[in-house]
Design a binder for this molecule. Structure first.
Ligand code: NCD
Length: 321
């Protein structure tokens, strides 16, 4: 009992990255370093945490809407004793006047020690990391990547199951435009004995470039019906159909009601099945599941804070800012 509430000793952790742009930059050791640091953050007193980034300035630049990602980052920044500058709406920034992204990033790099950014263009975070001398954290770039979401997803799975290796995980919904599932599939391919099931309408299947990047590393299968795999799953990761990324609204109308996950849809599932969702949900995940033992999505959203604290602290240690 004595050690249970004891504060963790700060261990040296092997984290090698100087920016967080794509999950493809991560090794398994990097992911494990984040998970370990996040767990340390959860056990650290608020006073000790508040000293970790005291006097630092973190820029939070959101060119696209966000609730959880931005607010959990900003909570993490405040918990670590740093101050936050930035915008939640690009229309109030000079982007509106025609300023290029690289100029915006160059200027913000003069004011902040690190930049967290979400942008609607794929590759925007990579570009930012090339023009900035400060660390960049990608909080989502178009339909491409959402590495910090993946890290909190992995942390949530690890907490719920005590492991990630050996699990069978279904990714369901918009696998074409959903950036969370792109990053997650790539990250899961770094673990052992995983089975992935991709469940989507044909029109929204996992892109070939993602499948190519995980082929040979992890077993995966593709389905249009959840009923084909529900009995095997340990985790069902549900995603929203990404309306805003469809070039043709007619196509969105065709698939917008493709899946509604409710009690009926998970009949035959293992009793231990956990349902995850990066949120926001629209109509693909029924409220009736919220009070069941399967629902892990609120816990998942809560884990955004310690995981983002961990990333900020690890990047500070690498870059010595
Ligand atoms: C996701 C995103 O922005 O990609 N949301 C999030 O960050 N939690 C998922 C989505 O918008 O559907």
């Amino acid at each position: 009992m004595a050690g249970f509430l004891a504060e963790p000793k700060t261990k040296k952790i092997a984290f090698s990255l100087s920016d967080v742009v794509s999950i493809s930059d991560f090794s398994r050791a990097d992911i494990e370093a984040v998970i370990e640091k996040a767990s340390e953050m959860e056990r650290l007193s608020s006073a000790k945490k508040a000293a970790l980034l005291r006097g630092k300035t973190v820029a939070s630049l959101f060119f696209e809407p966000s609730t959880r990602t931005r607010l959990s980052f900003e909570t993490a920044i405040q918990n670590l004793g740093a101050s936050v500058i930035g915008f939640a709406d690009a229309d109030v920034s000079s982007t509106k006047k025609g300023e290029t992204l690289s100029d915006t990033i160059r200027i913000v790099s003069l004011y902040a020690d690190i930049i967290v950014m979400r942008h609607y263009i794929e590759g925007a975070a990579r570009l930012a990391s090339e023009v900035s001398n400060k660390p960049i954290i990608n909080a989502g770039d178009g339909a491409n990547q959402h590495p910090t979401q993946t890290l909190l997803d992995l942390y949530t799975i690890k907490k719920a199951f005590g492991r990630i290796d050996g699990l069978t995980i279904g990714l369901l919904g918009d696998l074409k435009y959903g950036r969370t599932v792109h990053s997650l599939a790539m990250a899961l391919s770094l673990f052992e004995h995983m089975k992935l099931a991709f469940i989507s309408p044909e029109m929204l299947a996992m892109p070939e470039y993602i499948k190519d990047s995980i082929r040979g590393k992890v077993r995966f299968s593709e389905h249009t019906e959840l009923s084909e795999v529900i009995a095997e799953l340990d985790v069902l990761y549900v995603t929203r159909i990404q309306k805003e990324r469809f070039p043709d609204p007619v196509d969105y109308e065709k698939v917008k009601k493709a899946y509604v996950i409710d009690k009926d849809a998970i009949k035959g599932a293992k009793p231990e099945l956990k349902i995850m969702h990066p949120l926001p949900r629209v109509n693909e995940l029924s409220f009736e599941l919220d009070s069941t033992k399967h629902a892990l999505y609120f816990e998942q959203a809560k884990n955004g804070v310690p995981v983002r604290e961990a990333l900020l602290v690890l990047l500070k240690d690498v870059r010595k800012w």
